[in-house]
Design a binder for this molecule. Sequence first.
Ligand SMILES: [Zn+2]
Ligand SMILES: [Zn+2]
Length: 314
Amino acid sequence: MKALVFTEPGVVEYLDVPEPEMRDGETIISVMSSAICGSELHGFRSSGFRVPPLIMGHEFAGMTPDGRRVVINPLLSCGHCDACLRNEPQLCRTRALIGVNRDGGFAERVSVPNSAMHTIPDSLAWSTASLTEPLANAVHANGLLGKHVERVGIIGAGPIGLVCALVAAHHGHDVMISDTSTERQDIARSLGLKSSHELDGEFDAIIDAVGLPVSRQASVAGIRAGGTAVWIGLAVDSVELSANSIVREEKHITGSFAYTAEEFGVAIELATQLDLSWTTDVPLSASAEAFLALAGGERSMVKAIIVPDSGVQA
Ligand SMILES: [Zn+2]
Ligand SMILES: [Zn+2]
């Protein structure tokens, strides 16, 4: 079969690869849509969290051999460690992700655990279905905003920032999203969101969907006393903060990673309700060029979704 393979640091290639191996308790699905994640556009530059050779892709949906339309929850948890027993599978001590720690959706077919498959309604378009996973991240991040929340700021109008903002707006919050790109501000506005170059004023909670020192600092500076900064972006590892102001103003900072099974279920529901029309389909045969162009900043599509060559919609 054909697949987009992360072959060495900085390189992805469209290659012929062996068919996926059928494992116990698993099903081989035909991939119908697999979204490229920002974490992959950064992560493929080095061999760290993801080790080549690897077929990436953790945001995907497909068809089972008996014709069931399914979306995959790529988070694999053990079910019996302390975190799993607290229903925090996202913190499982042996947490793994399909498409990160084993082959994922950037291929014609992939083997997935039966427990990871969730049936989706016929009304949900394939491209939209692949956004279930980022939406589940947004549902989780929104669950960490803290108490007495009305005004929510989002830093970064990339795919994760946009889904976080759409979920916050869906919850009835007063939402503002910022991005340095005017093109992305326009996309946010077209979705009915208030958007600007920088967040302006004071917020009850701010989600940083970028992860640069400047955005992390802004997320903490922009919240009221007792407010919460939720960090979901992962651009760089270190940041300098004014720690004493965090003490004096009882500010909260929390990371947000992945989601619970319930939150993934909520995301399937939300995928049918929110405006997720800001994606671009890319055929698998052209995915290497598209991936490298996105990673190099030469193409500005907000979210690319790899689809089978036969399934490309104009
Ligand atoms: Zn992702
Ligand atoms: Zn566990």
